[in-house]
Design a binder for this molecule. Structure first.
Ligand code: SAH
Ligand code: MG
Length: 213
């Protein structure tokens, strides 16, 4: 979101990562898996450190990259993560099996709109991280915010959708509808009576919501 030069500058300042993470980043690139980009995930991890999260719910595991990075950054935390795509589940399980942080993670296989009971069984959560189908963000928020601790935070990824939220002329009807939904979600969230929310233009745009007291 910053200009490219500044973005590269920040990216280059980020220290190296475990070889397995580099392997996962390469896998994601080659197979077009939309894992969080570097500056975005660093911002997320820092928020979780400040929050001192012990119990995290993630909606949208993909190959387990963000889940494993969260597990590494917060060795005392346990992470419940949901994924519905069978191929990605398989890849995620393989990486989690190979990683020393894998034991902190519980992978729930299924559609996030249908596994509420399983997620509830592990509640409450200090942090909820939503990074799944953008058209369903409001539903995810409504279902899972019930299981957030009173001092918890909800972080939602991709709320600026590659900058498309400000684009008025989009040819693809599918993308146009998606943009409308994201914009609707952002408006709804920013005006939610129970939460303070800020949108940060890092990565693909993250919204940070904190329950009002
Ligand atoms: N958080 C991951 C990236 C997630 S990509 C990372 O940064 O490493 C989004 C993932 O959400 C995709 O793998 C997609 O299959 C999954 N997803 C989308 N909608 C979902 C739903 N309703 N239930 C479960 N998973 C979903
Ligand atoms: Mg994302």
């Amino acid at each position: 979101m910053l200009n490219d030069k500044l973005h590269s500058y920040i990216e280059e300042l980020i220290p190296g990562r475990e070889p397995l993470f580099i392997e996962m980043e390469n896998y994601a690139k080659e197979n077009k898996v939309p894992i969080m980009e570097l500056v975005g995930i660093e911002a997320l991890l820092q928020l979780l450190r400040i929050q001192d999260s012990k119990k995290i719910l993630e909606v949208g595991t993909a190959i387990g990259y963000s889940a494993l990075r969260m597990a590494e950054a917060l060795p005392k935390a346990s992470i419940v993560t949901i994924e519905r795509d069978l191929e990605r589940i398989q890849v995620a399980e393989e990486y989690m099996g190979r990683s020393k942080h894998g034991e902190q993670i519980l992978l729930i296989k299924g559609d996030a709109l249908e596994v509420e009971e399983l997620v509830k069984g592990q509640a409450p959560y200090d942090t909820i991280f939503v990074d799944a189908a953008k058209g369903q963000y409001k539903k995810f928020f409504e279902i899972y915010s019930k299981y957030l601790k009173s001092d918890g935070i909800i972080i939602t990824d991709n709320v600026l959708f590659k900058g498309l939220v400000t684009e008025s002329e989009i040819e693809s009807k599918r993308i146009r509808n998606l943009v409308k939904k994201i914009d609707g979600f952002n408006q709804w969230l920013m005006n939610h009576p129970d939460y303070h929310t800020v949108i940060l233009p890092v990565g693909d745009g993250i919204a940070i919501s904190k329950k009002k007291r």
